[in-house]
Ligand binder design. Structure first.
Ligand SMILES: [Zn+2]
Length: 194
């Protein structure tokens, strides 16, 4: 099958030490790099997304500006365009990424499908153009942006797999729930791979 790899939001603000650092995030970044050395050739396209918010804006209510964030739909400011926090974690080897997607300019955007490639193409248009049949998904965070991206991916009618050794979540309970939701939606969870 013609396959794409989606690497979701492996950015400094989502790994340890970042504004919304997830436990295990840096390890996932390094493990994705190892995975890419062995497997990048198996993919027609390796797509990486970045959350990419506006500075000096609540980004459509996504940032808690004057109140405490609730960590459900309001968050501390993170991944502001052009800042270190918005860059890929340095443990992620970007040399094998063949397409970059940014999302969240002025709005909340959890799914990669809400983003646009550096060439200005939407994700559905890109998938159709490259005749992608299967999408594999890795990255951060299992319970938010990986979940939203995986659900949108399977809704396109394609085969979708989440590689569960290469994801990290905000909280254990919501991550377990997210993986169950994915399975119910017909997404395959792959725990053992090369
Ligand atoms: Zn965000």
């Amino acid at each position: 099958m013609v396959a794409a790899l989606f690497i979701i939001d492996v950015q400094n603000d989502f790994t340890e030490g970042g504004a919304l650092g997830v436990n295990g995030g840096a390890a996932v970044a390094a493990d994705i790099t190892t995975f890419l050395w062995a497997n990048a050739d198996h993919y027609c396209v390796v797509v990486a997304s970045r959350d990419w918010h506006d500075a000096n804006s609540d980004n459509g209510g996504h940032f808690a500006m004057d109140a405490e964030p609730n960590f459900v739909d309001t968050w501390p400011p993170h991944c502001v365009a052009g800042t270190y926090g918005a860059e890929y974690d340095p443990a992620l080897n970007t040399g094998q990424i063949t397409m970059h997607v940014r999302k969240g300019q002025g709005v909340p955007a959890y799914s990669i499908f809400e983003g646009i490639t550096d060439d200005g193409e939407s994700i559905p248009a890109m998938l159709d153009r490259l005749e992608i049949e299967r999408i594999d998904i890795v990255g951060i965070a299992t319970d938010y942006c990986v979940l939203a991206s995986a659900l949108d991916a399977v809704a396109t009618g394609r085969s979708v797999r989440v590689l569960t050794r290469l994801v990290a979540g905000v909280a254990p309970e919501s991550s377990v729930a997210a993986l169950a939701t994915m399975q119910e939606a017909g997404i395959t969870l792959v725990s053992e791979h090369d």
